[in-house]
Write a protein that binds this ligand. Structure first.
Ligand SMILES: [Fe+2]
Ligand SMILES: [Fe+2]
Length: 284
């Protein structure tokens, strides 16, 4: 049982922090903070950016149209909706990383503690991993999708608030993201069975991101007491709304949970997570 809202004792937090640091070193390799790279993840990226032996086709004009400005009334095949979701879903997160990376780097140097910075570096890889789905269709998308101005404003505001305000919002975002990636994985397994090679390529990306996100939930919990965790529970439904604003495709695909509370409970019971995720993720 993974109770995302249960507070840890001070001793538990200290021990779990050390264990998570160890887990990240094994998973990512030794970080290069100057170049902002993680060696094991770079190797994975080389794999993800290599197209499959056969390029998949799609209606490029429709993709461009829907990518620039999604219109629900345009008939859009499910596979194209999945690709749009993959390349747009991390927009707010990518924007948040850009806003906060310098401050997090400064703090890491000041405190001699690089854990938060490494978590943020993993977020950067998520954007790259998800964008790399485009190469399966012969498309190159190098830059993250721009979130709407209202969301950019909110993300910038959160990035400049003190930790006790920002942390519950961050954890709510991690929880919602994890539920969503688990749903996307389930959708992919159910709906791409006609093309196992493509299904596996999408799955690999989603599994990599999901394993990290569970670690991020655990990591953020290590910094929070009962009040902050109660605030997180209250924020989760709003974080879900923010995602719909970035990628309405998710709604059309049916991967946004209707009931946030029930989705979080399912996540806590790990029932929704396949073994390839639950076996390799860091739960605390
Ligand atoms: Fe992420
Ligand atoms: Fe995350």
């Amino acid at each position: 049982m993974f109770n995302v809202f249960a507070p840890m004792s001070v001793a538990e937090r200290r021990d779990q922090r050390a264990a998570y640091q160890q887990f990240l070193t094994e998973r990512d390799g030794l970080p290069d903070f100057e170049r902002q790279t993680l060696p094991h993840r770079e190797a994975r990226m080389a794999h993800f950016t290599k197209p499959l032996p056969r390029l998949r086709t799609l209606d490029r004009e429709l993709f461009e149209q829907q990518y620039t400005h999604y219109r629900a009334q345009l008939d859009t095949p499910p596979e194209l909706l999945l690709l749009l979701s993959m390349v747009k879903v991390n927009a707010a997160e990518a924007y948040g990383v850009k806003q906060s990376i310098d401050a997090v780097r400064r703090l890491a140097v000041e405190r001699g503690d690089t854990l938060e910075l490494q978590v943020l570096m993993e977020e950067d890889y998520h954007t790259r991993i998800l964008l790399s789905a485009a190469c399966l269709y012969g498309l190159t998308i190098d830059a993250p999708y721009d979130p709407p101005p209202s969301l950019r404003l909110m993300v910038s505001a959160i990035a400049s608030t003190p930790d006790f305000i920002a942390r519950p919002v961050t954890l709510a975002g991690e929880i919602v993201g994890t539920v969503l990636f688990a749903n996307l994985l389930e959708w992919t397994r159910k709906n791409l069975h006609h093309d196992p090679e493509l299904r596996d390529a999408m799955e690999e990306r989603l599994v990599d991101v999901l394993i990290d996100e569970i670690g991020h939930i655990s990591y953020n919990r290590m910094h929070m007491g009962p009040v902050s965790l109660a605030q997180t529970r209250a924020i989760v439904p709003f974080a879900l709304g923010g995602l719909t604003a970035v990628a309405p495709e998710l709604l059309r695909l049916g991967v946004l949970p209707r009931n946030a509370g029930r989705a979080v409970m399912a996540l806590g019971e790990c029932g929704q997570l396949p073994e390839c995720v639950s076996k390799h993720a860091f739960f605390a």
